[in-house]
Design a protein around this ligand. Structure first.
Ligand code: ATP
Ligand SMILES: O=C(O)C[C@@H](O)[C@H](O)C(=O)CO
Length: 339
C-alpha cells in the first residue's frame, strides 16, 4: 500500500490541466528533419498524453484546457471523446489562437528532438474564469504539467485550480514537464515551478528538472534524497526522480525509497516515456498498490512508449502492461527491472 488517500466519494478519478497539441512525428526516421518528407499526426502535449494514458487504464478522466477553433481543435476533441475523456471543461478559443504543433525528429534511437511551433497557442490562454471549482472538487486527482505555468493567464488559472484542489481534498500531482522554449529565463521558471511544487502531494520530474525548480532555494544539488526531503517539508507525500534510461527512484515522506531500472526494449524514440510513466504510476497509486509495484507499472508503460512511434496512440491498457511485464520477466528473469 501507499500513504496517499484518495477520496473515493468523488465521482471522477482524474483530471489534468494544460497543454493539448498535435504531434507530427517523422515517418522517415533515422534522418534529420531537413530530409523528412512525411509525418504521422497524433494528439500530443504531455498532460493530454497522460490523460489519454489514464483513460486507457480505465480511469474516469477529464481535462481542463483550451483548443483552437479549427480542424486541429476538432481533431483533439473527437480523439478525447473516442477515448471517453470528458471534454466539458475544454474551451474552444474564439480569438484566433492556434493549437501547438510538435514536429519530432528521430535521427536515431538515442538522438531525437522536438521542433515546437507554439506562437499564439490556445492552451496558454486558459483563463481563471474557465476553472470550474465543482469540476475539480469532484475529482480524486488534479494533474498539473509545468509548462502551463509559463505564461498568463494560464499561469493564474493553474494556481487557482491547485488552490481549489487543495480546498476540496483533491490530490495534486505535479509533473514538472520543463520545456525550455516556453520560458524567458530559468529564474522565472524556478519561481513558478517551486510555488506549484510547494502545493503538490506528488512531484514527478527528471534530475535536471528538479535542479531548475530548486535553483533559487537550494544550493546546486544533485542529491535525490535531499530533493525529496526539501519537498516533504512542504506538502509532498511522494517524490519521483527520473534518470532516463538509467531508471528512476520514488521517495516517500515516511522515509522509504524504491529504485527501478528501465525494462529492456528496442527504442524507437527517446520521448514519451515520461507521460506513460506518470499515467501508469498514478494509476498504481490510485489502486493503493505498494510503491515498488507502481514504479514497475510506470517503468513498463514508459518502455512500451519509447518503443513506439507515437505517444498518445501507443498508451497501453492495464492488460497490455501486465502482458509486457510478464513477457519481459519470462525473457530476462524476475529481477529484469530491479536495481
Ligand atoms: N531507453 C529506454 N529504455 C527503456 N525505458 C526507458 C528508456 N528511456 C526512458 N525510459 C523510461 O521512461 C521513463 C521516463 O524517461 P525520461 O526520464 O526520459 O522522462 P521524460 O524526459 O520526462 O520523458 P518525456 O520525453 O515523455 O518527457 C524512465 O524513467 C524509464 O522508465
Ligand atoms: O509535450 C509536448 O508538447 C510534446 C509531446 O506532444 C510529445 O508527445 C512528447 O514529447 C511527449 O512527452
Amino acid at each position: 500500500m501507499n500513504n496517499l488517500v484518495f477520496n473515493e466519494k468523488k465521482k471522477r478519478d482524474f483530471i489534468a490541466i494544460g497543454r493539448i497539441g498535435v504531434d507530427l512525428n517523422a515517418n522517415e526516421i533515422h534522418r534529420p528533419m531537413e530530409e523528412t518528407e512525411t509525418f504521422t499526426k497524433y494528439v500530443g502535449g504531455s498532460p493530454a498524453n497522460i490523460s489519454i494514458g489514464m483513460a486507457r487504464l480505465g480511469m474516469d478522466t477529464g481535462f481542463i484546457g483550451k483548443v483552437s477553433e479549427d480542424q486541429f481543435g476538432n481533431y483533439i476533441l473527437n480523439y478525447f471523446e473516442q477515448d471517453g475523456i470528458d471534454t466539458s471543461n475544454i474551451v474552444i478559443d474564439q480569438e484566433g489562437a492556434m493549437t501547438g504543433l510538435a514536429f519530432t525528429e528521430i535521427k536515431s534511437p538515442t538522438d531525437c528532438s522536438i521542433l515546437m511551433y507554439r506562437d499564439n497557442v490556445a492552451d496558454l490562454k486558459i483563463d481563471p474564469q474557465d476553472i470550474d471549482e465543482e469540476y475539480i472538487r469532484n475529482s480524486k486527482v488534479l494533474q498539473v504539467s509545468g509548462t502551463a505555468l509559463s505564461k498568463s493567464p494560464s499561469r493564474e488559472a493553474v494556481f487557482l485550480a491547485i488552490d481549489y484542489a487543495r480546498k476540496h481534498d483533491t490530490v495534486v500531482v505535479f509533473d514538472i514537464d520543463y520545456r525550455p522554449y516556453s520560458w524567458r529565463s530559468e529564474e522565472e521558471t524556478a519561481i513558478y515551478y517551486s510555488l506549484a511544487a510547494e502545493k503538490s502531494d506528488v512531484i514527478i520530474g527528471s534530475r535536471e528538472e528538479f535542479n531548475i525548480v530548486e535553483s533559487l532555494t537550494m544550493p546546486k544539488n544533485e542529491n535525490d534524497q535531499a530533493t525529496a526531503q526539501h519537498w516533504f517539508d512542504y506538502n509532498a507525500q511522494i517524490v519521483v526522480v527520473k534518470h532516463g534510461k538509467e531508471g528512476s527512484t520514488a521517495y516517500t515522506k515516511e522515509g522509504e525509497s524504491y529504485d527501478i531500472k528501465p525494462f529492456p526494449v528496442e527504442v524507437v524514440k527517446t520521448f514519451g516515456g515520461g507521460d506513460a510513466y506518470a499515467s501508469a504510476f498514478i494509476y498504481g497509486l490510485m489502486q493503493n498498490w505498494d510503491i515498488d509495484k507502481c514504479l514497475e507499472f510506470g517503468s513498463a508503460s514508459a518502455a512500451m512508449l519509447v518503443a513506439s512511434h507515437s505517444c498518445s496512440d501507443a498508451m497501453p491498457t492495464v492488460e497490455e502492461i501486465e502482458v509486457f511485464i510478464k513477457e519481459k520477466k519470462e525473457e530476462y528473469g524476475e529481477r529484469v527491472a530491479s536495481t
